[in-house]
Design a binder for this molecule. Structure first.
Ligand code: ARG
Ligand code: ZN
Length: 886
């Protein structure tokens, strides 16, 4: 069942045109697919191979002649027509049952409306087809449906015809002028309304933009529309890429497996990434919407115009498009340290989710070598590490060099289905550079470790830096070749002033993207490498791996004092933040150890004072202050431990929060009381940054069991005119974990439910917030799962409660009595019958189980075996078995 990258063969037939007709009916939809296929000269086979899943085949016509049952073979989801003519016109009729489709792949219903999701292999649930990305064709689509029930009929491209049909039905015909693979096909049909606007492109051409939602949500589309317009502008300005259609649609759907989908001209989005107004959406929601709208829009070029040859190349479009959306969001912030703030958030995501993935049972290269179920490879490695890989080209080649590479990539490959190597070649050729070694980033899994050792020679006024790299073994890859690592760094003197870097060995590049002057770039290519800097008048403090110039773990011992100096003075804002994180992490690990050995817990004043000065420094961007004062997460602490002890981690982290709460109480209170944010609410970054600092202060204040302080949160909850402040107050109360707050939280939680019971996305928040409360364990989760508003059928709802608990409530999920694991297993098994993709995601919660302390490891293994003993989907089976294999 495993598919291997090395077994790629070109398709035997290519498709020219596809003409689809849908007779839409919830219980039985008839699909007629007329495809013109031409033999591919690059293939020796003369068989037509079509994929199909859960289809009822009604009949096949080949060049107008009906095929008898003996003239094709149909087995295991493959329909094979042997010795087909050079040019073959196929007409295939199938029946499908959208209302029984709970997998949310192919054609399905959500709240009575039709939607499709075809990436990666959902099109084969609609009709028999060469459903692979290297088969690209022009599509014409006719939709027929009852007019009352399904007044709106949408598909890719342009509407070319519509009209009435007998018996209360109507039709619409759509034509997509561009060649596309089947995974970009989409239809939508139902009761929807839209906000629309004519928009003028830089070239002067006018296009129609639409955001489609259910009727009650028309007051929540403005931000998505704004985001779309900004995305279009940004791609014109930064990459010279223009929207190639006359019409661009976004449709929101409440039941969706992922975030959103870039179907040509008809992007389909999880409601979560479209709907917003101040009442229901937080600042983070607003920012996420902008970035996902950007992401899907940017796919139009990086994904659709140039697509993937096969699914092993997924990161070709995803890594590149995430990089593009990160840059878009960074440019959009516009505050002093705005780009750095975005960079910090992205690196946090990478460390929180991708580093653990890369260190566990599901570790895989950015370009995997094999898979059982491709849906399991829509991972943080493909997306976020893939984006880091793309970012490294920009770091190595500069912004201009990167742009040259992009231009060449489109020049060479527009309209094609290509590979990651093609992208690398475009970057290398456009810049006349040899990037052969860079390929290792695509082929090797695991997070590389870079060790830095320094030696200062006072007499010679020289500094030597020895950089060495290693990469731990990952499944099927014991030994690794060295990576090409761009290592950016700078030097500070004892007062925190930048020093000049002199050396023959390093490029000091003025145009290094996102680096303050004085930043040098070393290309680490060997296992170990030493460079010598001259003219260094005093022993410097080194600011290493500036702006996180490579997705690696830096091993470099710096004293608390050095880290505190970097935190206060490094001109690289990212490293200022990172110094604070490294300082905190070191003490969190020490405290965890102390908890485990029942030693006294203490926090050194260096840390408290470092935090105090960040808080007091009002020349800093508040968004930056908030990030700098947020402790490394429990997962980040766990990543640094040989043997993970979840309860000790949670206790240690809690102790640090409490200590910082007490020692800095006056400062927190002052921060809370003096930050003024102009009314009315606006999600723009300046205000959002202030809110995040103010709400962080509130959460620290809640750590002490002080009724007066608790009252601040209740007051904020009651008076809030926006979801950010409301949610922050409620979370602070709910998570504070003392008796005073508990009573207050209960009242607010009840009020919150009543107030927002009609807003599905807010009810998700209500579940998530309780699922992640350190007070709540498996028994509370079971109670919540019995709540009438809970259902596993809706992925957002399942994620809010079950994933919230299993992935974001460390001490309770890993409860030593095994109650968390039992809850997890039950939900996996139940979900697997409904929606294998979501069940498989949930299964990943224990990919690192064998790093946990022995009693948990034993329980986890027992639970995993129990799950494995049941009949599982291919999705869930692959994950569970790979975990058990480690
Ligand atoms: N291409 C989409 C995006 O990143 C993700 C779709 C993935 N869907 C899936 N069922 N695996 O924007
Ligand atoms: Zn994407």
């Amino acid at each position: 069942k495993t598919v291997y990258r090395k077994n790629y063969t070109p398709p035997s037939f290519l498709a020219n045109t596809v003409d689809l007709t849908f007779d839409l009916d919830p219980s039985q939809t008839r699909v007629t697919a007329k495809t013109e296929l031409i033999h591919n000269p690059q293939s020796k086979s003369t068989d037509i191979v079509l994929y199909g899943e859960d289809l009822e085949l009604v009949g096949i016509l080949l060049n107008g002649r009906k095929l008898a049952a003996g003239e094709y073979a149909l087995e295991n989801g493959l329909l094979r027509i042997t010795k087909a003519p050079e040019v073959t016109r196929l007409e295939i009729e199938t029946l499908i049952c959208p209302d029984k489709n709970t997998t949310l792949m192919g054609l399905y219903l959500s709240n009575g409306n039709f939607f499709t999701q075809c990436e990666a292999e959902g099109f084969r649930k609609i009709t028999y087809f060469p459903d692979r990305p290297d088969v690209m064709a022009k599509y014409t689509v006719t939709l027929k449906a009852n007019k009352k029930q399904f007044p709106v009929l949408l598909s890719n491209g342009n509407l070319v015809e519509e009209g009435a049909l007998p018996r209360g039905r109507h039709y619409a015909k759509w034509e997509d002028p561009f060649n596309k693979p089947s995974y970009l096909f989409a239809i939508v049909a139902g009761k929807l309304v839209c906000q629309e606007e004519t928009f003028t492109l830089a070239s002067g051409r006018k296009v129609l933009l639409q955001v489609w939602v259910e009727k009650g949500n028309l007051d929540k589309t403005a931000h998505a529309m704004e985001s779309l317009k900004h995305s279009i502008r940004w791609d014109e300005e930064r990459y010279g890429l223009e929207l190639d259609l006359d019409r661009f649609m976004i449709v929101a759907v409440g039941d969706f497996n992922m975030g959103a989908m870039e179907n040509k001209g008809l992007n389909i989005f999880n409601t979560r990434y479209v709907l917003a107004n101040p009442r229901i959406a937080t600042d983070v929601d607003y920012a996420n919407i902008e970035s996902v709208v950007g992401h899907e829009y940017f796919h139009n070029w990086t994904g659709n115009r140039v697509t993937c040859r096969d699914w092993f190349q997924l990161s070709l479009k995803e890594g590149l498009t995430v990089f593009r959306d990160q840059e878009f969001s960074a440019d959009r912030i516009g505050t002093k340290d705005g780009r750095a703030v975005k960079r910090i958030e992205d690196v946090r995501t990478l460390r929180q989710h991708q580093f653990p993935e890369d260190a566990g049972a599901m570790a895989h290269p950015v370009r995997p070598d094999s898979y059982e179920e491709i849906n399991n490879f829509y991972t943080v490695t493909i997306y976020e590490k893939g984006a880091e890989v793309v970012r490294m080209y920009q770091t190595l080649l500069g912004r201009e060099g990167f742009r040259k590479g992009m231009d060449l990539y489109f020049q060479r490959h527009d309209g094609q289905a290509v590979t990651c190597s093609d992208f690398l070649a475009a970057m290398a050729d456009a810049n006349k550079q040899d990037l052969t070694q860079f390929e290792n980033w695509y082929s090797q899994a695991g997070t590389p470790r870079v060790k830095l050792r320094t030696r200062y020679n006072k007499k010679a006024q020289s500094l030597s830096l020895t950089l060495s790299q290693s990469c731990p073994p990952t499944p099927e890859q014991a030994k690794k070749r060295p990576f090409l690592i761009p290592f950016a760094f700078g030097l500070l003197d004892a007062k925190g002033k930048s020093m000049v870097v002199n050396s023959h060995d390093v490029t000091v590049r003025k145009k290094l993207a996102d680096a303050p002057s004085g930043t040098a770039l070393v290309q680490l290519t060997r296992k170990s490498q030493t460079i010598t800097l001259t003219g260094v008048p005093e022993k410097p403090v080194i600011s290493a791996l500036r702006n996180f110039s490579a997705p690696v773990i830096l091993e470099y011992d710096q004293s608390d004092e050095e880290l505190a100096l970097l935190l206060s003075a490094d001109p690289d804002a990212f490293n200022r933040w990172d110094a604070g994180q490294r300082l905190a992490l070191r003490h969190l690990l020490r405290l965890t150890h102390a908890v485990q050995h029942k030693e006294a817990l203490e926090l050194p004043s260096t840390l408290v004072e470092a935090y105090r000065s960040v808080l007091a420094n009002d020349s800093l961007d508040p968004a930056f202050q908030a990030l700098a004062l947020t402790l490394p997460s429990e997962i980040m602490i766990a990543e640094e431990m040989k043997e993970i002890d979840p309860q000790a981690i949670v206790q240690a982290r809690h102790f640090m929060l409490q200590t910082l709460s007490h020692s800095l109480q006056d400062e927190w209170l002052k921060t809370y009381q003096t930050i003024r944010i102009p009314a009315p609410y606006s999600p723009e970054p300046d205000n959002a940054g202030k809110r995040s600092l103010r709400n962080l202060a509130l959460s620290y204040l809640m750590e002490g069991d002080d009724k007066k302080l608790m009252q601040l949160a209740v007051t904020q909850y009651d008076n809030a005119d926006n979801m950010t402040d409301r949610m922050a107050a409620l979370t602070a109360l709910t998570h504070a974990g003392n008796l005073t707050s508990k009573k207050m939280a209960e009242r607010c939680l009840r009020h919150f439910y009543r107030e927002f019971r009609l807003e599905a996305l807010v009810i998700d928040k209500w579940f998530a917030l309780q699922a992640t409360s350190p007070e709540n364990g498996a028994p509370e989760m079971r109670k919540l799962a019995d709540h009438p508003a809970f259902t596993l059928k809706n992925p957002n709802r399942a994620r809010s409660l079950v994933f919230g608990f299993c992935m974001n409530n460390m001490a309770q999920f890993h409860a030593t009595d095994g109650s968390g694991y039992d809850f997890w297993a039950e939900n996996i098994l139940e979900l697997d019958r409904i929606n294998p993709q979501i069940a498989a995601r949930l299964s990943r919660a224990l990919t690192q189980y064998n790093r946990f302390k022995p009693e948990l490891k034993k329980r986890a293994r027992k639970t995993l075996k129990h799950i494995a003993s049941r009949k599982l989907s291919r999705d869930t089976g692959e994950i569970i078995n790979k975990i058990l294999a480690t």
